[in-house]
Design a protein. Structure first.
Lengths: 333, 324
């Protein structure tokens, strides 16, 4: 197995609210390798976005990373001072967010915003940064880069803005690319363009990609590995074929069954998961999914299940696994 | 066959768009909906699908007469909606209801769930307080909530539950037509199927006719009998739901279907079809066929002549010169 570029161990991120402590991410461990794509999938409140923001250390009060380690090439990002973290963020780790309108500053020219990262992180002149920005703009498929360099974000369409953000994310040739719902705000024909572009730039740089999404179609198209989150924890982790063909956690199975698929006809029975995701400030005792789980047993309301795993790296946090004699997985792997 | 519940003819809506600078004023026109025709038979569901700016939501607002059309006719149950006087319109509104995307913002946060649901009855002066209360509690149960939820406020409910409240409110006047505008788009994946299931059951139980708007073709296909695919203000294809999925005729319908990532890991990003470029500005739409700038099958005629939406056999209507 190749050495992972990024290793997250027992990450815990919490928010303090009037209703108490919200454990948005609670004991998350995973790793990503160069050239591979990990998709983090989950519904609202599952902690997928907080996980990606935690890696970038972009959690603002009342949120706080309260525990764990984030090892980038062996050094713990959580132990770095702010200045050292600045050097890594935007340079070694590039990011693309959901809403390109709010991620670009409306008052600055698009070209200058892309060049800015290079000027901060690399020892180059403004003239060089302009040339490289023009290269990047054409790399991400923006026609007529010379003319578009001086445009403001509002002069770009949604798809073009997302292309500009990708250009900005890859400007310093990052080893890790984090994309949080990068196509959720886009129309489907534009989404297809952007997904392909993300894969192309990832391939060029051989970077590891963490793609956060709620859309299992996007997961199937993009992922090498998939992490399914529910209420702040990983419930299942496997390679993409396994997740779709042999899901083991009742939540993953339910999610796949509840999907509205194109090939379905009106006569097919819809199979929703009953209930709704829990309120994170009032999590049930035991497994957070137990109240909605069709297979819940006595143990499920008593304690949170351990992560069980096998040699393929397929990991499942479910008491039913222990019932069937699956071994407990080591943390971090 | 009985007359369709809803008939739409040559429906058009243009908005003036001002581009004013200090020295020059220029008035542009944005034609959001450009001469669309369709029939919606009783008890059926018609889906409008298309990308942002295609005019699907404007069409819904025109049919409900929430905005006035530039021209065209809309007939509901034999009555001309667009020519209706204010009092006739009030009466018509009881027969056509709507449910929008964001349930929380379409409910009044200062009113309890029950008062929200009963509000249309109060507004139209139907029944007294006691009847409203009884009917509302009954409907809470119909949409899968509890009768005792009457006194709870919208913020105490989840997104899916708020959508159920909005659906109950749309049902309370016993309408004939309900227009849904992206009713499940804001909901989590595991909740979407719950709401769609509810909508299909209600349609049967109350013999409702639905118009269903969404950008999500999988959702549209699941719930609709017929689908109208829209592009830049026009219907480019109108077909039965299975038919559209199995044999889409218009190059735009084909591209739309091929762009959707399916939850099947044997189909990867490289298999996604797609279109080059962006949707052109509706202020200055392409001449001829509006899709020709992005069409992989464009011919010479396409930028000169606008294709008509014509039945190409078995009821599938397509606006494309390929089939002339």
């Amino acid at each position: 197995m190749p050495e992972p570029i990024l290793q997250v161990e027992d990450l815990r991120t919490q928010f303090i609210s009037r209703r108490g402590v919200i454990k948005a991410v609670d004991g998350l461990s995973f790793s990503v390798e160069a050239g591979k794509t990990l998709c983090i999938v989950g519904e609202s409140g599952s902690g997928k976005t907080v996980s990606s923001l935690s890696i970038m250390r972009l959690i603002d009060p009342p949120g706080r990373i309260v525990g764990g380690r984030i090892l980038y090439r062996g050094s713990d990002l959580l132990a770095l001072d702010a200045e050292a973290m600045e050097k890594i963020r935007g340079d070694r780790i590039g990011m693309v967010f959901q809403d390109p309108m709010t991620s670009l500053n409306p008052a600055f020219r698009v070209g200058d915003q892309i060049a800015e990262g290079m000027l901060i992180h690399q020892d180059i002149t403004p003239a060089e940064s302009r040339i490289r920005t023009l290269d990047l703009l054409s790399r991400v498929g923006i026609p007529n880069p010379e003319a578009r360099f001086d445009d403001y974000p509002h002069q770009f369409s949604g798809g073009m803005r997302q292309r500009a953000l990708i250009a900005s994310a890859i400007a310093c040739r990052p080893e890790i690319l984090i994309a949080d719902e990068p196509t959720t705000a886009l129309d489907v024909t534009i989404q297809a363009q952007i997904l392909k572009l993300l894969k192309e730039v990832q391939y060029d740089l051989n970077s590891a990609m963490i793609l956060v999404t709620h859309d299992l179609g996007v997961v199937a198209a993009m992922a090498d590995y998939v992490m399914v989150m529910y209420a702040g924890r990983m419930v299942e982790y496997a390679d993409v074929e396994t997740i779709f063909a042999r899901p083991r956690h009742p939540y993953t199975r339910g999610l796949l069954r509840s999907l509205i698929r194109l090939e379905d006809t009106r006569e097919d029975e819809l199979a929703p998961i009953p209930g709704a995701p829990p309120d994170l400030s009032r999590l049930p005792h035991g497994c957070s999914f137990a109240p909605r789980c069709p297979s819940a047993i006595g143990a499920c309301t008593e304690s949170y299940p351990k992560l069980h795993g096998n040699v393929d790296g397929h990991r499942v946090a479910c008491h039913l696994e222990a019932e069937m004699g699956a071994p407990v997985a080591r943390a971090g792997r | 066959m009985s007359a369709p519940l809803l008939q739409v003819r040559n429906l058009t809506k243009s908005f003036p768009v001002g581009t004013s600078s200090l020295f020059a004023r220029r008035q542009n026109v944005l034609t959001a909906v450009d001469g669309i025709d369709f029939d919606l038979p009783r008890g059926r569901t018609l889906g409008l699908v298309g990308e942002s700016g295609c005019g699907k939501s404007t069409t819904a607002r025109l049919i409900l007469r929430l905005i006035e059309p530039t021209f065209g006719t809309v007939t509901l149950n034999g009555v001309n909606v667009l020519g209706a006087s204010p009092s006739e319109l009030l009466r018509l509104r009881r027969e056509m209801q709507r449910v929008f995307q964001d349930p929380l913002s379409s409910l009044n946060p200062r009113m309890s769930a029950g008062i929200n649901i009963g509000e249309p009855m109060r507004f139209h002066g139907i029944g007294d307080r006691r009847e409203r209360y009884e009917r509302t509690r009954e409907l809470l149960e119909v949409v899968g909530l509890r009768r005792d939820d009457f006194d709870r406020y919208p913020h105490e409910f989840s997104g899916g539950q708020c959508q159920r409240i909005a659906i109950a409110r749309a049902l309370i006047l016993r309408p004939k037509l309900i227009v849904f505008d992206e009713p499940v788009s804001a909901l989590d994946v595991s909740i979407r199927a719950q709401i769609l299931k509810l909508l299909m059951k209600l349609q049967q139980d109350f013999e409702l006719t639905y118009m269903f708007i969404s950008h999500d073709l999988s959702v549209i296909k699941r719930i609709c009998d017929d689908i109208a695919v829209m592009y830049l203000g026009r219907i480019v294809e109108l077909a039965g739901s299975e038919q559209l999925y199995r044999a889409p005729q218009h190059p735009y319908s084909q591209a739309l279907l091929q762009s959707i990532p399916t939850p099947d890991p044997t189909k990867r990003y490289g298999d996604l079809g797609g279109l080059e470029g962006d949707v052109p500005s509706p202020i200055d739409p392409p001449l001829g066929c509006r899709f020709h700038t992005r069409c992989p099958k464009r011919m010479e005629i396409c930028d000169a002549k606008s294709p008509a939406l014509i039945d190409r056999g078995s009821g599938q209507r397509v606006a494309c010169h390929l089939y002339d």
